[in-house]
Design a protein around this ligand. Sequence first.
Ligand SMILES: NC(=O)c1ccc[n+]([C@@H]2O[C@H](COP(=O)([O-])OP(=O)(O)OC[C@H]3O[C@@H](n4cnc5c(N)ncnc54)[C@H](OP(=O)(O)O)[C@@H]3O)[C@@H](O)[C@H]2O)c1
Length: 233
Amino acid sequence: MSTAPPAAPMPPPRPHLTLIVAATQNLGIGKNGTLPWPSLKSEMAYFARVTKRPPHASPPGTKNAVIMGRKTWESIPPKFRPLKDRVNVVVTSSGRLAGVKPEKAREQGVVVTTSLEEAVDCLRAAGEKGDKSMGDAPTSLPPIGKLFIIGGSSLYRAALDLPQAKRVLLTKIYKEYDCDTFFPLDLEGEEGKRRGWVKTSKQELEEFVGEDIEDTRMKEGDVEFELCMFERG
Ligand SMILES: NC(=O)c1ccc[n+]([C@@H]2O[C@H](COP(=O)([O-])OP(=O)(O)OC[C@H]3O[C@@H](n4cnc5c(N)ncnc54)[C@H](OP(=O)(O)O)[C@@H]3O)[C@@H](O)[C@H]2O)c1
């Protein structure tokens, strides 16, 4: 009697992705490789807290991951990168980063991948059990919590095309600036609605980010902005 080979175990589903972006009402996000607006300290602090805070009741040592395109990596001043207390993943078709030796990248807290899908698969494996694929402890990944896509335009576009992209944390900047880089989808416009994006309540935003927000509408200098969250089913 012939017996069928045992079925290969199904890989776990790819984890959800959260895009986090600050954009003007014209969807501008960048200019000349940097942010179009003067430094908004409270908004940057919000970005840091939210991207660092692991999900409630995560195993000890869990870190969130921030996934970014090569130009966004280059837009971070060298002394601030890799972004601390998060696993940094940089997507580049070249598979390597200028100034970072491939064999040293993980030691320096950076994972380099050639596609968004490869980034997510690599982090999914680590999220399951901690990645020991690189052998010794300094180069292995910790258990992974939330996965954030932190830009830029091309990476947001690639992420929005994946069904795992379920959430966008959008800071709406209520002032226009000259921009050369744009968020690829107006979440509240016709296409955003057609693609199922809906603005959530303040309470849902607070639950996801893990902190109370006194007022989602804020002001720094003469720049008003609003913390928002959008989800799709
Ligand atoms: N306002 C915000 O929230 C925000 C957030 C992030 C960035 N920004 C701004 O946005 C600008 C940078 O964004 P950007 O759109 O120009 O560049 P980007 O998306 O950060 O980087 C583009 C590069 O990333 C790689 N890449 C992106 N998607 C890929 C894919 N699916 N597969 C393989 N490689 C991929 C390619 O690198 P290679 O060319 O090496 O192959 C591509 O040239 C800056 O001005 C920055 O300050 C703003």
